[in-house]
Write a protein that binds this ligand. Structure first.
Ligand SMILES: [Zn+2]
Length: 282
């Protein structure tokens, strides 16, 4: 069976502690009601429950009202998490206002937002399939057990398990785009979600800073990025660090000069270049 047909798309409107309205889609069925007991049988029938910011907001809110077993055995898929990962260059995706999904032209309606969520998921699946195969495996390795991320792989269809050690797969795929001395095994175990978002940024040339949502919700991502790109290792075989700290390259790229200035009577490396290399620790 198509896993999308077993996916409940869900959006709720709340006001503080009050549940104001529910919108949900499951297969061809639709729900627009404020009664929670209309929603619970739909959740019971679904294998996947997909929503925007569902892990941090909708699911805990509903579990508080209907009991902690409400989502037991269900795989939560959060389109907010996957938007941040797959559209690192689009911090404000056109469907997304803040942490909620809204159709700009429609009045606040959780059913139309649940439909938008389904469309966004389909768009995310398309973006995921457009990634290089090793990157899909890397995300699978880091995220398949994480709430909000894991169920997505089944919805996307296909097999994404990486062949071999994940740290080696990441180094092979990213090559000189990250420091080769970075202790990936440590990050894979301790900060897999942050590592995935840091690698998402490295993988795109269209963005150079982490988006606001990632900075706020996953503050360790910045530290992970620093370990990948600003640790300045001394390994002469590290293409990333030697390129980044190559003084002649910096001179060319930043100041537009082909070489350091040589003063009268200087042979070999001039004092200017020596001073810069000394400052860089080279
Ligand atoms: Zn390095």
């Amino acid at each position: 069976m198509d896993p999308l047909a077993e996916t409940l798309f869900l959006d709720i409107e709340t006001n503080g502690d009050r549940l104001l309205d529910i919108g949900a889609l499951l297969g061809a069925g639709e729900l627009h009601d404020r009664a929670l007991n209309k929603l619970t049988p739909l959740i019971a029938r679904a294998n996947y429950v997909c929503g925007h910011n569902i892990v941090a907001h909708d699911a805990p809110f509903l579990a508080k009202k209907a009991g902690t077993t409400l989502f037991e055995g269900k795989s939560l898929v959060d389109t907010l998490y996957w938007s941040a990962l797959l559209f690192p260059e689009k911090p404000y995706h056109h469907l997304v206002k803040g942490y909620k999904l809204h159709d700009e032209d429609a009045p606040n309606d959780p059913l139309s937002d649940a439909r938008l969520c389904k469309r966004l998921l389909q768009e995310l699946i398309g973006a995921f399939h457009a990634l290089d195969a090793p990157l899909r495996s890397i995300y699978h390795g880091l995220l398949h057990r994480r709430p909000g991320y894991g169920g997505f792989f089944a919805l996307a269809g296909g097999q994404y398990t990486a062949a071999g050690d994940l740290a080696a797969v990441i180094h092979a795929y990213f090559g000189d785009r990250i420091c080769r001395s970075a202790d990936l095994s440590h990050l894979i175990t301790g900060r897999p979600v942050e590592l995935a978002h840091a690698l998402a940024l490295v993988s795109t040339s269209a963005a150079s800073i982490l988006q606001a949502w990632v900075v706020k919700q996953l503050p360790w991502t910045d530290e992970v990025l620093r370990l990948l790109r600003f640790a300045t290792c001394k390994d002469p075989g590290c293409g990333y660090c030697s390129n980044r700290l190559d003084p002649k390259r910096a001179l060319r790229e930043i100041f537009g000069y082909g070489d350091f200035r040589r003063f009268d009577g200087e042979d070999g490396m001039g004092v200017q270049e020596q001073a810069v290399r000394h400052a860089l620790g080279k």
